[in-house]
Write a protein that binds this ligand. Structure first.
Ligand code: E4P
Length: 216
């Protein structure tokens, strides 16, 4: 499973990129709205220049025509821009259009295996099932990822699964075990993935022993 970062904050992206683990970035209108002093297109441009991988920018139109217009503008920003589209009939019309043009798409707001299958058949490059938001309403987000992975495997579907709406480190390991190709992870959770008390304790012990050595 690869890692994308789920943020529009450039400092967070720069830091995670410096760790050498990033394969891409996802943004959404709520994440972009938190960023002040820069336009959406300029932010996508700077992210796409830094990160050598898929950078999702989401459309806000509700009709296919509007989505296509916005998506074409987004795709001109950089060759690694992925057009993020909502899981609706209009979104899938736009998905089909972009897929025929060879422009990458990420169909978002996936909450059922049937939605993922429909998006894949419309030529989606990625589908994004939302784990955390399903857990919030008492359903099992990880189980959905496992179902989609099994269906894509049985039918040899190449669309990649991005486990999204990740809330904690356990989601990450469970998404990997369930067969997600990618997890898009908020910066806070990415940092949590590094930590284990025995790692910290081990470093402390090594340093203490090093200080105590006799052959200084
Ligand atoms: C990513 O593509 C999604 O937009 C994002 O993961 C949603 O996360 P949230 O449910 O925490 O808002």
């Amino acid at each position: 499973m690869k890692f994308f970062i789920d943020t529009a904050n450039f400092d967070e992206i720069k830091e995670a990129h410096s760790w050498g683990i990033l394969s891409g970035v996802t943004t959404n209108p709520s994440l972009v709205a938190k960023e002040e002093g820069i336009s959406f297109h300029d932010r996508l441009r700077e992210i796409a220049e830094l990160v050598d991988g898929s950078v999702s920018g989401e459309v806000i139109s509700l009709d296919a025509e509007g989505m296509i217009k916005e998506g074409l503008e987004l795709s001109k920003i950089a060759p690694n821009i992925t057009v993020k589209l909502p899981m609706t009939p209009e979104g899938l019309k736009a998905c089909k259009y972009f897929s025929e043009k060879g422009i990458k798409t990420n169909v978002t707001l996936i909450f059922s295996a049937n939605q993922a299958l429909l998006a894949a058949r419309a030529g989606a490059t990625y589908v994004s099932p939302f784990l955390g938001r399903l857990d919030d309403i008492g359903q099992n987000g990880v189980q959905l990822v496992a179902q989609i992975a099994e269906i894509f495997d049985i039918h040899q579907i190449e669309t990649e699964i991005i486990a999204a709406s990740i809330r904690h480190p356990q989601h990450v390991v469970e998404a990997a075990l369930a067969g997600a190709d990618i997890a898009t992870v908020p910066f806070k959770v990415l940092k949590q993935l590094f930590h284990h008390p025995l790692t910290d304790k081990g470093i402390e012990a090594f340093l203490a022993d090093w200080e105590k050595r006799s052959n200084k």
